[in-house]
Design a protein around this ligand. Sequence first.
Ligand code: TYD
Length: 334
Amino acid sequence: MRWLVTGGLGFIGSNFIRLALHERPSLEVVNLDAMTYAGNPANLRDIEAEPRYRFVQGDICDPAAVAHAIGDGVDAIVNFAAETHVDRSILDPEAFLRTDILGTHVLLEAVRERSVPRYLQVSTDEVYGDVSEGESTENDPLRPRSPYSASKAGGDLQVLAYRATYGTPVLITRGSNTYGPYQYPEKLIPLFVTNLLDGQQVPVYGDGLQIRDWLHVQDHARGIMHVLECGEVGHVYNIGGGNPWTNIDITRSLVESCGRSMDTHVRYVIDRPGHDRRYAVDTTKARALGWAPRKDFAQGLLETIAWYRDNESWWRPLKSGEFLDYYKRQYAHR
Ligand code: TYD
């Protein structure tokens, strides 16, 4: 068995590769990653020397790079490669359209040409848009409201169109907000934890009452692997943690766990434009396949704080250079 994983130097992709190599002793993994700002070789330092692992630097938008990574054939492609941060998509949408839509198209063409037996698109619950009540099921209409989620929805629609038109053996997973080790510190949890460890303030958007459903990265990676191996081709599977928390409750928990105070360390800032209030997914379909999340959120949050505390040498270099320019652009005038 050989799988091509794209974007495997990112947060969820690197956790997925580590899990897959560990759980499947005869599996080989080829990792095609463009090494953008969020693709970090340090995320997989511990398996670099593993003979069943091969790294190829390249962009999924480049058909030659994809062909090179496929080499003499793969049994599956799992596409994690994406621009993922909503706030960056508001500042610079084009990169999102390119990687998340065009890149998906290039991979689908490769699957078709090389008759790859399985293609899994890693997507997001954000494609459903704001869900004021209830839970999104896989057949619900897509109502994305940010350049990021619209790009991911465009990718999903390409994938489903290839199924209908060419019979391409595709699967889609739509994960909820993911947290855990190796997450680039622009996202809520790692940004806030690293700021708090440094004694800095954390910027809460608007009233902080937005709700996200939190999923530990190990549970997410296991869910993707389960759908890849057991899912029904042509189907979409929601993967959610079942942990709906408001941003302000998470903030309070992080502030207290880091020994800081809400009065001095929280700064309320102007809300994100088009900010979705709530996401929630129905995970009945993935559970019927035999997957379920295992990690308790309060416990997972404490473990995640401990990981960032113990791995300062991983995140400290990331919060410099380009990140500081981005941080200023994003937060200085709010
Ligand atoms: P984020 O981690 O960016 O994920 P997403 O927007 O894809 O859900 O944000 C999670 C929530 O936290 C979201 O409601 C926006 C909010 N948030 C803040 O309040 N302040 C911040 O600095 C960031 C990055 C996010």
